[in-house]
Design a protein around this ligand. Structure first.
Ligand code: B3K
Ligand code: ZN
Length: 891
């Protein structure tokens, strides 16, 4: 594979840094190929270091080092050693000023890590270990320093020069250049450093904090995008207010800036005072952005803003603690979005993602605990497990402690660790202190990988009028531990009991959990053992258990519901989330029926209970329209594959499509009535109410188009042409492009052409145009994807395009990505191999679908493994790709 295999590093090997950097002065003379970076660092030995005589070892990569000095005296070559990853200085005093001068080449930096160019702009991305590509440094999160940064560039080309903190000095220099000096008074690790230079337009606003300080807010974008910043600005102000109200956290600098860049490996980055965002997470206007896009902007703006406390003011001691900031911050942004829109809808959306994608990660070769014990390349651990499962773990703490104790715990945590670098244990210790609880057993959620399985059985005693639930938990083996080595989890189980008359008041021994007197039909049990039972008394008829309400714990729940019981939950449960969940389970059962019927060559026959339930939902004007839309949405093919023992992609696709078509034909009257009753041409706003209406209208359209009848194809085409917003336009386009009706084909072609013609100047819209084509179920899609890779608008250099076309195809088009001849796999491995050289982080990320090889039949397994092996043989394989490939092949 490689000459020297990259080595893993371990949490258990953590040592405090040997040196500290009190002050950091940086000077950048920007140039596309030869940017000169001068650093001056006030360094001293760490009094807490394990040894007091170690050499100074600084991280540094891809830097053309010009000079090294200590206290102003230049060192000669025998006084230090440089290799491809570090600079070692042999004899250093206790405390000294250390300087280097180096050249770096932003234009050649295609990894989008360190200092690079995105279009005409310079920008940085330093988390996790990108700062070392800028200058030699102690690039680790427990080394915090006070930064002063001067940026020099051509004034006409780069009128805007930004870094962290406050601008303290600026002026013109000779030869058409100018400079700005920024000072950040808050000590921070290097991963939070940022620099931007460009010709940018700005939207400016202000916010008055709870203590009455005025903060200037600025969003910098390309001039052509200045009309797409209002939503991000509103979201920012809402986030600032929310963090004051809910967590008592106030913003600290006088200025908060967001810059949007086109080429970015992920969503955004929380650099102190200067957040850098992927354009896809800032820009929004109704004509070009879907409701989903608006919601994403709101949640990412909030997420990055919330990091100012959970991440920046209190940072991570080392990268094994990543979920300390990420899990907590995702929980915070999720609650913020729930407060801004509809709480149940938000929960349904996050649970869908978790169950479909995070559960798959937990069952694959890259499975790792929320706090990993080791890694080869930290960039591979910005995962659904660290983020989304990490947020679930914080949510469980919130559930177990209740909002008041949780808030008390977060206050203790922020106060105790402000200005420092903390661990996950520190966070939990603060929660223990606030609540007086011992959370030792809870720590399995952080230290064990895999999704626990919770089997539930019940027993009703009609004479004693008791009802007993028995819970049995286990966790399957994962790469770091076998099933038998794993300890039980503390599982908060929110539940109720529902009879034909509705939910009943619960009577049980409260030692088993807690119970809110204001909602007598609801309890939160605390499960802690491999097996335990709880008995409810005063139960006069066999109830249906409504389990794991609001998805109170990220487990795979197994209870043998019969379909009548699911209907009882759909119609009678007072918990909105579980009504949705029951509807999904019923739909899964019906799709499984269809799979069996198709396998014996029979026609499909849909369980009338599903039709009745869906029919009733369509006529119900009281339930939130967004929840109706979610309940009517059939589980995705990706989810159906995830819950299958062996993912039979073709059968799943056939069965699901046929079920959809049959529902559409059976409920055409209800669907068309509801479709017609919902307004379309309203003045767009991204409110929960409007989003709900559009989502229901568009799910109705999706079913109606599935009938294949020309009346409905026409309706979709009209909606496509007349829509005043991207949500409705994109929904109509998707219906047409994904339709299997022959009559849809010319319409889809016309619509796609018109769409590109109209939106070709809007990169983010063109990405959606790629995605809708890449996710089409028709058998010629792979060839189309190849053609689109040659399209003028496509380039492998831009991560959004790669995700929009290749990512969409490989992740969201199972029937075509997994086509039996393996050509889908071949396409993905070509892309991964190309990206391995230019952008290793993206390469490793794109690999994910191939790592799931165990889910498929023997033929596909062989083909997928062959591609993994092929990639493994590539010369100069990056650490990122090496780690994913080697773990996948060893699985
Ligand atoms: N903290 C960044 C992620 C950086 C990823 C580096 N590979 C974004 C976020 O979670 O807010
Ligand atoms: Zn984050």
């Amino acid at each position: 594979m490689r000459d020297a295999e990259p080595r893993a590093i371990y949490l258990r090997d953590y040592q405090v840094p040997d040196f500290l950097i009190d002050k950091t002065h940086l000077h950048f003379a920007l140039h596309p190929q030869t940017t000169r970076v001068t650093s001056e660092l006030k360094i001293r030995r760490n009094p807490e270091a394990e040894q007091s005589d170690r050499e100074l070892v600084l991280h540094g990569q891809e830097i053309d080092l010009q000079s090294v000095s200590i206290n102003g005296k230049q060192l000669n070559a025998s006084e230090y050693r440089v290799d491809s990853e570090s600079l070692t200085v042999f004899n250093v005093p206790e405390s000294f000023t250390f300087s280097t001068v180096g050249f770096i080449s932003p234009e050649q930096n295609t990894s989008l890590e360190g200092l690079y160019k995105s279009k005409t702009m310079y920008c940085t991305q330093c988390e996790a270990e990108g700062f070392r590509k800028i200058t030699y440094y102690l690039d680790r999160p427990d080394v915090l320093s006070e930064f002063t940064t001067t940026v020099v560039a051509n004034k006409a080309e780069y009128p805007v020069l930004l870094s962290n903190g406050n601008p303290v000095k600026f002026g013109d220099l000779d030869d058409d250049t100018h400079f700005v000096t920024w000072h950040d008074p808050f000590r921070k690790p290097a991963y939070l450093f940022a620099l931007v230079a460009g010709d940018l337009a700005v939207l400016e606003d202000s916010f008055t904090t709870m203590s009455g300080r005025e903060v200037t807010l600025k969003i910098f974008v390309e001039d052509k995008d200045i009309d797409k910043c209002d939503h991000a600005m509103t979201s920012l102000k809402n986030s600032m207010r929310w963090d004051e109200e809910v967590y008592g956290r106030e913003y600290d600098l006088d200025i908060f800036m967001i810059v949007a860049v086109d080429d970015f490996n992920m969503g955004a980055m929380e650099n102190k005072g200067l957040n850098i965002f992927n354009t896809s997470c800032v820009l929004a206007k109704p004509e070009t952005t879907t409701d989903f896009g608006f919601q994403r902007v709101e949640s990412v703006v909030a997420h990055e803003y919330f990091h100012n406390w959970s991440g920046n003011r209190v940072t991570c001691r080392d990268w094994f603690q990543l979920s300390l900031k990420e899990g907590f911050t995702v929980f915070r942004d999720s609650e913020f979005s729930a407060d801004m829109g509809s709480r149940t809808v938000k929960r349904v959306e996050e649970v869908k993602l978790l169950r479909t994608m995070q559960f798959a990660e937990d069952a694959g070769p890259m499975a790792h605990p929320v706090q990993p014990a080791s890694f080869i390349e930290i960039s591979n651990f910005y995962t659904l497990t660290v983020y989304e499962k990490g947020a679930e773990v914080v949510r469980m703490l919130h559930t177990l402690l209740g909002p008041e104790q949780f808030r008390k715990g977060s206050d203790i945590y922020f106060a105790r660790h402000d200005g420092g670098a903390a661990t996950i244990n520190d966070f939990v210790a603060a929660m223990e202190e606030a609540s007086g609880r011992d959370l030792k057993n809870f720590m399995s959620w952080y230290s064990q990988a895999g999704t626990p399985v919770l089997k539930v059985s019940d027993q009703f005693d009609s004479v004693a009028q008791t009802y007993t639930l028995t819970f049995h938990q286990s966790c399957p083996s994962t790469p770091e531990a076998s099933e038998s080595e794993k300890s039980p989890y503390v599982i908060p189980m929110a539940m109720g009991l529902v009879t034909s008359a509705g939910p009943i008041a619960l009577q049980f021994d409260a030692a088993g959990g807690h119970f809110d007197a204001s909602r007598p039909t609801h309890a939160v049990l605390e499960l802690t053992k491999s097996e335990e039972s709880i008995t409810f008394s005063g139960v006069s008829e066999r109830p249906v258990p409504s389990l794991l309400r609001n998805f109170s714990s990220p487990v795979r729940l197994q209870f043998n519901y019969d379909r009548d019981q699911l209907v009882t939950l759909i119609t009678k449960d007072d918990d909105g989330f579980n009504r949705w969940d029951a509807s999904q389970q019923l739909a899964v059962a019906v799709i499984h029926d269809a799979q069996s019927q198709l396998s014996v060559g029979a026609g499909i026959d849909i369980d009338a209970r599903l039709l009745t339930a869906f029919g009733a939902l369509l006529q119900d004007r009281y339930i939130d329209a967004a929840m109706v839309a979610h309940m009517l949405s059939l589980p995705s093919e990706v989810f159906l594959a995830e819950i299958a023992e062996v993912a039979a992609v073709d059968d799943i696709h056939k069965a699901r499509s046929l079920v959809k078509k049959t529902i559409a034909k059976s409920l055409i009257a209800e669907l068309s009535d509801r479709f017609a009753s919902l307004p379309s041409a309203v003045h767009y706003s991204a409110t929960a109410e409007q989003i709900a209406v559009r989502s229901l209208k568009n799910i109705c359209l999706e079913y109606l188009v599935a009938t294949g009848e020309s009346e409905w194809l026409q309706a979709a085409f009209s909606q496509f042409t007349e829509a005043n917003n991207m949500t409705d336009q994109m929904a109509a386009l998707t219906c047409l492009v994904h339709s299997d009706a022959a009559a849809a084909e010319p319409m889809a072609a016309a619509a796609l052409a018109a769409f590109y013609q109209r939106w070709q100047a809007e990169a983010l819209v063109v990405n959606q145009w790629f995605s809708v084509q890449a996710t089409a179920p028709q058998p010629n899609t792979l060839a189309k994807v190849r053609t689109l890779m040659e399209h003028e608008a496509f380039t492998l250099k831009n991560p959004n395009k790669v995700r929009g076309l290749i990512g969409a195809f490989a992740n969201n088009n199972p029937v075509n990505f997994h086509q039996a001849d393996g050509q889908g796999y071949g396409l993905l491995s070509e892309v991964v191999i190309a990206l391995n050289t230019s952008n290793p982080q993206m390469a490793a990320r794109m690999l994910a679908p191939l790592t799931r090889w165990k889910k498929y039949d023997a033929n596909r397994q062989g083909l997928m493994r062959a591609e993994l092996q092929k990639i493994g043989k590539v010369e100069s394989l990056s650490k990122d790709v090496f780690e994913v490939i080697s773990k996948s092949l060893d699985f």
